[in-house]
Ligand binder design. Structure first.
Ligand code: FES
Length: 158
């Protein structure tokens, strides 16, 4: 069985075990997010059919809560802080440079699935402003000029 079939089989089991319970949609969506890493349209369709609710209802809940993402995230999640301390020290220009180097908009993922670019609130490292985090690793006192070299390092990794 390939990986995605296996994941859909897991989702079906989850749906079956919640089917007749009230308020099943939320735990099923949470489970689906855990299985797939996101709740894509295909996943939403299976959930809607399985639970006997409309796709609009599933979509409504999936887009309302920030914990659900509708698109798969890249292997490396780049979060640039736009909190006040970072913003006044130029984090917007760092974010713009990342968008330029990666050729994706903020919120986007590169076509090879390697990078997702996000803006975020204070990361709690204001003393190092402007700050970004790549999969939990903190980069501080950034300038736009530093960005190509950092991205190159990650491009060279698997
Ligand atoms: S404002 Fe950016 S880390 Fe706090």
């Amino acid at each position: 069985m390939d990986q995605s079939k296996e994941k859909f089989a897991q989702l079906q089991e989850l749906i079956d075990s919640h089917k007749n319970l009230p308020g099943a949609l939320m735990p099923v969506l949470q489970g689906a997010q855990g299985i797939f890493g996101c709740v894509s349209e295909d996943v939403q369709k299976v959930i809607a059919e399985g639970l006997g609710v409309t796709l609009a209802e599933v979509y409504g809940v999936a887009t309302f809560y920030a914990q659900f993402s509708l698109h798969p995230k890249g292997k490396y999640l780049i979060s640039v802080c736009l909190g006040t301390a970072c913003y006044v020290k130029g984090s917007q220009s760092v974010l713009d440079k990342l968008a330029e180097v990666l050729e994706i908009p903020v919120g986007g993922t590169t076509p090879d699935g390697k990078f997702t670019l996000e803006a975020t609130r204070c990361l709690g490292a204001c003393g190092l402003a402007p700050v970004m985090m790549i999969n939990g690793e903190v980069y501080g006192r950034l300038t736009p000029d530093a960005i190509p070299g950092i991205i190159e390092k990650y491009r060279a990794k698997d």
